[in-house]
Write a protein that binds this ligand. Structure first.
Ligand SMILES: *[C@@H]1O[C@H](CO)[C@@H](O)[C@H](O)[C@H]1NC(C)=O
Length: 324
């Protein structure tokens, strides 16, 4: 009794009004020589059904996974890898996207980086799986300059070329044409301050040792997943090859509205899902429930399922310095 009241007054009262009253939303893990950290960027919230399936189908699969659909909410997980080549951030979230209501609740990355003691200027390399606004708009600082002053930005050459083509080669009857035109504007704005620091990666290229970009086109024209290897261990960064467990992992034939090429998106998705299940690969998925680290397994019904990585890998939280 005594102890708990001491703990209460000592531990809780002095920290009101600072970051310590919030979830740390940061997870550490190890991959060979690499120290990994997952940082939460906030939810991605949809006001309408983004999948081309009846709302009832969506409701039942989301409900079975205890996921909200009103509004439908996906996670945005940002991956930081500290290795011999420096600090690598993958898909830096959506802070610059406030103009787009879809992205309004993102951008927590910067607060979570601060809580974890990581300064934006300490990031050396930023990898982009693709150019959609929820993955790239965090590049842009609030002042219109680089949010990551010292970083180089790496993206697949096909992806980059597509989104800077004027006019954007999107068919007139694409159902989300306006959204995609908006994505092109956001991408161009977001990378503009990095013009002299942009590295265009060819299909299958390894721009830094241990980090390989592998094409999985369809969700966007030059979408890549990224294979990371260290000391015999490996991690697959899936990007948006599938969105999340209740939708495109359990139902790989579902189309999400922003796909450029639904047929290829489905083909790439199936290929990666099958390989990840067969290889028992550790996967990092941007939109899976935070922290987005887990494994793809074949379910009894012959479909696929997501198994969250064990606590020994995703850690048990981060110790925060409780200063106001
Ligand atoms: C699975 O393993 C094969 C053979 O080693 C490799 O080529 C492929 O990239 C791996 N894929 C995944 C998703 O782990």
């Amino acid at each position: 009794m005594m102890l708990s009241s001491v703990v209460f007054s000592f531990c809780f009262i002095p920290i009101l009004g600072n970051l310590c009253q919030e979830n740390s939303a940061t997870y550490h893990f190890r991959l060979g020589d690499i120290r990994g950290t997952v940082l939460y960027d906030g939810p991605l919230t949809f006001s309408t059904n983004p999948f081309f399936v009846p709302f009832e189908a969506l409701r039942s699969t989301y409900k079975a996974c205890f996921r909200p659909i009103e509004p439908l909410t996906l996670s945005q997980n940002v991956l930081l890898l500290e290795s011999k080549v420096g600090r690598v951030l993958v898909d830096p979230g959506s802070r610059g996207g406030q103009a787009n209501p879809l992205l309004a609740s993102g951008g927590l990355l910067f607060r979570n980086m601060r809580a974890a003691g990581i300064l934006p200027e300490s990031i050396d390399h930023i990898f982009l799986t693709h150019a959609h606004a929820d993955h790239v708009s965090g590049l842009l600082g609030l002042d219109g300059g680089r949010a990551f002053r010292n970083a180089k930005v790496y993206i697949g050459i096909k992806e980059h070329r597509f989104w800077i083509t004027e006019p954007l080669p999107i068919s007139e009857d694409h159902p989300l044409r306006d959204t995609l035109l908006g994505f092109a504007r956001t991408y161009r704005q977001s990378i503009a301050p990095y013009a002299s620091r942009l590295v265009l990666v060819r299909d299958g290229g390894a721009p830094l040792p241990g980090f390989r970009f592998l094409p999985s086109p369809g969700h966007s024209p030059g979408h890549n997943h990224i294979q990371i290897a260290s000391k015999g261990e490996s991690l697959i960064v899936s990007g948006d090859a599938w969105m999340s467990k209740p939708d495109q992992l359990q139902n790989p034939s579902w189309q999400v509205g922003t796909e450029s090429d639904p047929l290829n998106a489905r083909r790439s998705r199936m290929k990666l899902i099958r390989q990840a299940a067969k290889n028992r690969s550790l996967v990092f998925a941007y939109h899976e429930a935070f922290p987005g680290l887990g494994y793809v397994v074949k379910s009894r019904e012959g479909s696929f399922d997501w198994v969250v990585a064990p606590p020994i890998l995703i850690g048990t939280g981060v110790v925060q310095k409780c200063t106001s």
